[in-house]
Ligand binder design. Sequence first.
Ligand SMILES: O=C(O)CCC(=O)C(=O)O
Ligand SMILES: [Fe+2]
Length: 138
Amino acid sequence: MINHYPPCPEPSLTLGLSKHRDPTIITILLQGQVKACKCSKMADGSASNRFLMRLFNGKLMGAEHRVVTNSRDPRTTISFFVYPCDESLIGPAKALVNASNPAIYKAFNFTDFVAAFILNPDQEALKELISAPPTLNC
Ligand SMILES: O=C(O)CCC(=O)C(=O)O
Ligand SMILES: [Fe+2]
């Protein structure tokens, strides 16, 4: 994805991008000389947060970040988003699950994740994915 942020006359009133977590496994950001992508402390759960939380069985979450503007320099960035393939099973990594650290999330495939959390958030599907008891066989 390519983002372009023109200079902004009132940076205190406008964000380039509001705070979010990327729904990816990894994001590689090419941002040149104008650094404006700011990470904040971990906060509430969002869809993308839940995605990484599942992979890491609650031990790691995606960094929340936002993009600030400035009044002088235009900024263009390129984000490379790394996603799993559609049929990937998204659930706690086997290496992180054992008798004292049981899986705390149910596994589901990436297509279901995209449908429930991103494309067309369906409250029932969301509830099922979020609150289902762990059933992953590792
Ligand atoms: O443009 C940036 O600095 C960050 C972009 C970003 O966070 C995103 O595309 O998810
Ligand atoms: Fe982002």
